[in-house]
Design a protein around this ligand. Structure first.
Ligand code: 13P
Length: 256
């Protein structure tokens, strides 16, 4: 996977399988991987399956697709039953981890401070952290979307760490799995705002951080979304589960 260290960085298309997928689904990863090897693609491709499949997913991906986790603990080791550290993800062959997804913020009470600690853990382990932010429908209707997301970025990024170890996933909560999504103008406005926040945090290095859009991305809308200013990729849920759909989304990235 390319890193945020130069101008040649490719868009990142990341599939988040969430709590879907038994071993029988590994063939989908293999199918995307075989196709990418046969015909070039103009994006970095990442699939984040459930933790139970990580090691086998790395094998199925055969080096053509990066594999990542969906969450990590902030500690590296210890008496924390059921938790998985960033180092353990790395040990499976994973190279990235999603942190602060809204489903974890909502169902597991993850705060910005907890997310920031997980981002630090990912960095310590050498994983790319995809830091998720996004406003609720009520917050958008109240005209607070930009402020909410700006505050989430400020709270979820550790003060000291390299910008090259981070991507941002902008996922409006009301667009996840709903078929609804912001207008192209709203996506552009938010991504430009996120860029300003990243530059405020990191200076010029903040310009290289990829900002992924997530929420109801599908084969029929991927091309338009990926062409918008400051959209550096996509975070795809439901449509990443089937190889054909996910590959179509990945192939919606035009040559540089
Ligand atoms: P959907 O693509 O299913 O809307 O999910 C988006 C998401 O939450 C990815 O992390």
């Amino acid at each position: 996977m390319t890193t945020n260290t130069g101008e040649a960085m490719q868009p990142l298309i990341a599939g988040n399988w969430k709590m879907h997928g038994l071993a029988s689904r590994l063939g989908e990863i293999e199918a995307v991987s075989v196709s990418i090897r046969a015909r070039p693609i103009y994006a970095d491709v990442l699939i984040c399956p459930p933790a139970t499949l990580l090691a086998r997913a790395v094998q199925a991906a055969a080096g053509s697709i990066a594999i990542g986790g969906q969450d990590c603990d902030c500690e590296s080791t210890g008496a924390f039953t059921g938790d998985i550290s960033a180092e353990m993800l790395k040990d499976t062959g994973a190279c990235a981890v999603i942190v602060g997804h809204s489903e974890r913020r909502q169902r597991h009470g993850e705060t910005d401070a907890m997310v920031a600690a997980k981002v630090t853990a990912a960095w310590r382990a050498g994983l790319l952290a995809i830091v998720c932010i996004g406003e609720s429908e009520a917050q958008r209707l109240a005209g607070k979307a930009l402020t909410v997301c700006g505050d989430q970025i400020a709270g979820s990024l550790p003060a000291v760490m390299a910008s090259s170890a981070v991507a941002i996933g902008y996922e409006p909560l009301w667009a996840i799995g709903s078929g609804s999504m912001p207008s192209p103008e709203e996506i552009t406005q938010m991504h430009q705002h996120i860029r300003q926040c990243l530059v405020a945090h990191w200076g010029a290095a903040g310009k290289l951080v990829r900002i992924l859009y997530g929420g109801s991305v599908k084969p029929s809308n991927a091309r338009e979304i990926l062409a918008l200013p400051e959209v550096g990729g996509a975070l795809v849920g439901g449509e990443s589960l089937e190889a054909m759909d996910f590959e179509t989304i990945c192939r919606s990235v035009p040559p540089a």
